[in-house]
Design a protein around this ligand. Structure first.
Ligand code: B12
Length: 222
């Protein structure tokens, strides 16, 4: 059992989606995250174990390598794709409640801003670490964040901005969220955002990369 979970973790880390995928070249012809997750379930392995001992360790490893500049955006996207294929098999168990998520994370790129590559990476990494992610997309107004938080009580909000002209919109979104749903935790990120800016606008946490967001969120569950 441990061996197959280790294999799944490797597929996630190295972006081996399925048998047909030629990437990475040294895993060509081998089963990928898709086949191995199905096989693990068919062999009666607990879906929670597949998540916690297969998918999450694989995503953690790629997150750390990305932080250390040992891999880049394309490799992370391949890992995320492998994770999505594995998740497809686990979805029914999430829905039935057999596999519990760590919490809900609502993310969006703030109003006026159309950049979403960084936001998508954060969202995939957080999902791969066992959180339910609600992605509100780009150009998101405060009202939409507020409605989502009301619908998913206790969720944490992530705001992304890539423009100096739109990062200022984070301030009013944080303010509105705090006024409407007191106690909501907000984490912020995006290339122009800094720790000093976080302090200024009173958000709870800033990270320059997805791994920081994962570590902060996981810290909330301890
Ligand atoms: C791709 C791109 C675009 C694409 C976006 C496509 C898309 N689907 O996202 C397009 C062509 C649409 C675009 C448009 C524009 N862009 Co543009 N774009 C870029 C570019 C080249 C890359 C951005 C990117 O994706 N980086 C890669 C990702 C992985 O990095 P990231 O977003 O920073 O995310 C990482 C972290 O910041 C963090 N993170 C991100 N979000 C979050 C959220 C949380 C909660 C956390 C914890 C972490 C986190 O994690 C990510 C992974 O490490 C940058 C230049 C550059 N090299 O950065 C310019 C850039 C951001 N754009 C710029 C500009 C000016 C524009 C335009 C105004 C251009 C124009 N005149 O039309 C428009 C604006 C449109 C709009 N209203 O948003 C400027 C911004 C200048 C500034 N400081 O304000 C830049 C810096 C280019 C430049 N040097 O001038 N752009």
């Amino acid at each position: 059992m441990e061996e197959i979970l280790q294999q799944i973790a490797n597929c996630i880390e190295f972006g081996k989606t399925d048998k047909a995928s030629p990437y990475p070249p040294d895993m060509k012809g081998m089963d990928g995250a898709d086949e191995l997750t199905r096989l693990a379930l068919d062999n009666g392995i607990n879906p929670s174990d597949i998540l916690s001992q297969g998918l999450i360790p694989g995503m953690e490893k790629i997150g750390i390598k990305f932080r250390q500049n040992k891999v880049f955006v394309p490799q992370v996207l391949m890992s995320a794709r492998a994770m999505n294929l594995a998740m497809k098999h686990l979805k029914p168990y999430f829905r039935s409640g057999e596999v519990k998520r760590k919490g809900t994370f609502i993310i969006g790129t703030v109003v006026g801003d159309l950049h979403d590559i960084g936001k998508n990476l954060v969202s995939m990494m957080v999902e791969g670490n066992g959180w339910e992610v609600i992605d509100l997309g780009i150009d998101v107004k405060a009202e939409k964040f507020i409605a989502a938080v009301r619908e998913h009580t206790g969720s944490v909000v992530g705001l992304s901005a890539l423009l100096t002209t739109t990062m200022v919109n984070m301030e009013s979104i944080v303010k509105h969220l705090r006024d409407e749903v007191p106690g909501t935790r907000v984490i912020i990120g995006g290339a122009p955002v800094t720790e000093g800016f976080r302090e200024k606008i009173g958000a709870d946490f800033y990270s320059s990369d997805p791994q920081g967001a994962v570590e902060y969120l996981n810290g909330l569950t301890e």
